[in-house]
Design a protein around this ligand. Structure first.
Ligand code: SF4
Length: 327
């Protein structure tokens, strides 16, 4: 039985940079067009606004200071390299020059070798694409785009206010400009199971994204999903069900696609359900174990070869689950 069962980000970064690389989040205090009325109101039903901001962020603090403090918070080990991660609600919901300046500042911090920018697929203008294209040409850049599911009915239930086609268009534009896309996906959303997980994997394979961040759906206090769960209208999957859906997703994901994450996390005081999600690393390890138990691997049932994007191409290694350390 093979021990190299999925293409983990940690292995990919080691391969590209020759040593350990850690992510350090920073914030520009940006808002979200799905909350401010531009795209929609109320936000996505699962989204809790502020708790995921970097805990060391101080209001008004500059990018350089945030990233430096973030590096210190990780221990700041000599020789470690860092990816600065713009983890705002919608990282491109600003003037292109603001993003360009912030990224320049982050890259100027000692040890920072790349960038990751999280945003929605419908919030990138022509000028913003040019900023991203320039960054991709000069540094290691991941553009993290939220999809969650390829099912438009679910996207509507989630109040995402964009369709799967909007994501596909953005992924295509990114590929054209040499920008590597990481898709955010949630499994176990209301009304969804393993069948929808397979469909989303096949959809993403067709878009040629370079990476995927897989999340189990979390019920966070203060969200509309919490209200639905509390009223008995939603039950998150059991851990075995999540592992089954994740394995079936991975089987349909091209082997070269980098897996940035296998499980979600949230501050314990905000997580209402499921209880098993409190142990993120155990969940990721359970998914990897399930691949091994079934004698399968990432890409075993993939129809597309994948990898339109350049950042995935230095990633030939699949992951050894016995060295599990999902970022
Ligand atoms: S998930 Fe993203 S798009 Fe949805 S409300 Fe939250 S920040 Fe906005």
């Amino acid at each position: 039985m093979s021990l190299t069962l999925y293409n983990a980000l940690s292995d990919n970064l080691r391969h590209v940079f020759g040593g350990p690389v850690r992510k350090v989040p920073f914030s520009l205090g940006l808002t979200c067009p799905n909350r401010d009325g531009t795209k929609g109101t109320g936000g996505c039903v699962f989204c809790s606004h502020d708790e995921l901001l970097p805990h060391w962020r101080v209001r008004g603090e500059g990018v350089r200071r945030q990233v430096t403090r973030g590096i210190t918070a990780t221990g700041g080990h000599c020789g470690t390299r860092y990816i600065a991660y713009l983890q705002d609600h919608t990282g491109t919901w600003c003037e292109p020059s603001v993003l360009a300046d912030a990224c320049r500042e982050a890259l100027a911090v000692d040890g920072v070798v790349g960038l990751s920018i999280g945003t929605r697929p419908d919030c990138i203008t022509g000028a913003m694409w040019r900023v991203l294209e320039d960054l991709a040409a000069t540094t290691h850049l991941w553009l993290e785009l939220g999809l969650q599911t390829s099912d438009d009915r679910t996207l509507e239930r989630l109040n995402r206010n964009h369709t799967a086609q909007v994501f596909a268009d953005a992924a295509q534009e990114a590929a054209r400009r040499g920008v590597a896309v990481v898709a955010h996906v949630m499994l176990g959303l209301p009304g969804e199971g393993a069948v929808e997980a397979e469909a989303t994997a096949a959809f993403l394979a067709g878009t040629g994204v370079a990476g995927v961040k897989l999340h189990n759906t979390l019920v966070i206090r203060g969200t509309r999903l919490y209200d639905l769960w509390a009223a008995g209208g939603y039950a998150p999957p059991r851990r075995e069900e999540y592992c089954d859906a994740a394995v079936r997703f991975l089987e349909r994901t091209p082997a070269g696609t980098v897996i940035h994450r296998l499980a979600a996390e949230a501050p314990p005081e905000l997580l209402a359900a499921p209880d098993w999600a409190r142990a993120k690393h155990a969940v990721a390890a359970a998914v990897a174990r399930e691949l091994a138990v079934r004698g399968t691997r990432q890409g075993a049932r993939a129809v597309f070869a994948g990898m339109n994007s350049p950042a995935a191409q230095g990633a030939p290694h699949l992951h050894d689950p016995h060295r599990e350390a999902t970022p």
